[in-house]
Design a protein around this ligand. Sequence first.
Ligand code: MLC
Ligand code: AMP
Length: 473
Amino acid sequence: MLPSLTGTYASGLSASGPGDRDRPDAITVAGRSCSREDLAGAAGAVAARIAGAAAVAVRAEASLETVAAVVGGLLAGVPVVPVPPDSGPAERDHILRDSGAELLLRGAEAAEDTVPLPPGIRLLPVDTAERATWTAPEPESGSTALILYTSGTTGAPKGALLPRGALAADLDALAEVWEWTPEDTLAHGLPLFHVHGLVLGVLGALRVGSRLVHTGRPTPEAYAAAGGSLYFGVPTVWGRVVRDATAARALSGARVLVSGSAPLPAPVFRDLEALTGHRPVERYGMTETLITVSARAGGERRPGYVGSPLPGVRTRVVAEEGAEIGELQVTGETLFTGYLGRPEATADSFTDDGWFRTGDIAAVEPDGFHRIVGRASTDLIKSGGYRIGAGEVENALLDHPAVQEAAVVGSPHEDLGQQIVAYVVADGITERELTDHVAAHLSVHKRPRRVVFLDALPRNAMGKPQKKLLPPL
Ligand code: MLC
Ligand code: AMP
């Protein structure tokens, strides 16, 4: 029997933790703090206002309002749809319409939206000073807790339906393997609209009952000042930390540093060890599966490896005959239930015998340690830990009247892992105008870093564009 997710908040919010329910700085986000008691009251007030809605969207700034809104949705059993606060009108409209959200929740102080909301959606300001006690029974564990929009290789992002039971199972497995307890202080500054920052980074702390310090942005100085025992970061953040030796050394008193969302370069692993005394714990996951593979806090941490499957998760590598690397497939209690309104895409993402196809290429050592070798498709880009579909950036570029053809790829980048590069055939437009155009439609991190103008895209004899033949930068 899976633990209940509302139990998360009933127990997490009331857990005695390192202080008590009244500890005033149990939850700190971007410089503002509240107690578990305060959060329970504010989230209860949200729950009372949204109960019965089909789904609610949350403009997911790094703020206490976002935390109260998300927890309020979970208490009320209303699926929550986090919306990146920097998403342009096209991406925001897609998420709001596709999800069926009836309300858009956001802090009363948040900047005004410059574009109108789609019809039928009401704005609901969240005030963390409001209080209500929420006592309704726990929704069943198969019901949807979160709808997280995530990019595929082509087309607009799809809404991954994450059931309450999957979140609970994943967080409990992570707490076990990271030895995460109410005595910990979790510190990070990751965005609150993805699995890493929101599920692990907020719901994890609430479920475990540990303190949470969200630093607003994940800068090395902010990490150094956060006083955490457990730190989360994407490799770009850890790369920036090791380039700031003073900040890095300040983390030596922590218990565990965890890296995930993209491959941690081995030199960053070694620099972290040299500067902080910690070998980082690497873990692997996806929006659709949550975190499935991790090194253990009490076990070996090997550069270039993401550890072994979490309790309750099984993995297999499906390789061609004789090969040692192949597609990583996973099954277990942490999986999503499908893409909202996309039965075909959902069916395509599972094998006939019910395993989820990750699209990642992996190898497993005899001792069970997993190594992620790369992705099967080059059309999914990971930049700064963000997942970006080449197709959606190409579509945004093609939307511009000056652009005739576009091909988008990820190229290696020292800080971001990969950077977005757009090859375009276009007349009378500058690189800056094109990147601004993409940022205005999608979100800031989906902007190409480089734009290369070509006379024509390379094509094969059938006329199909050949990304492999694009000129290197
Ligand atoms: C960005 N900028 C640009 C630009 N792209 N300016 C001009 N042209 C472009 N093409 C701007 C940015 O808006 C920013 O401005 C400034 O340049 C610096 O950008 P940056 O280099 O990207 O840095 P930063 O904004 O600091 O972002 C780095 C980062 C961020 C690491 C903080 O990428 C991040 O938060 N990543 C985390 C992603 C994540 O959480 N993924 C988890 C997915 S879940 P300004 O004005 O804002 O400073 C998952 C499952 C799992 O993967 O396994 O965890
Ligand atoms: P997202 O859906 O945004 O969570 O992105 C999931 C993808 O991130 C996975 O399919 C992997 O390609 C990548 N990923 C996550 N964690 C790791 C890791 N530790 N090492 C390598 N790739 C990772």
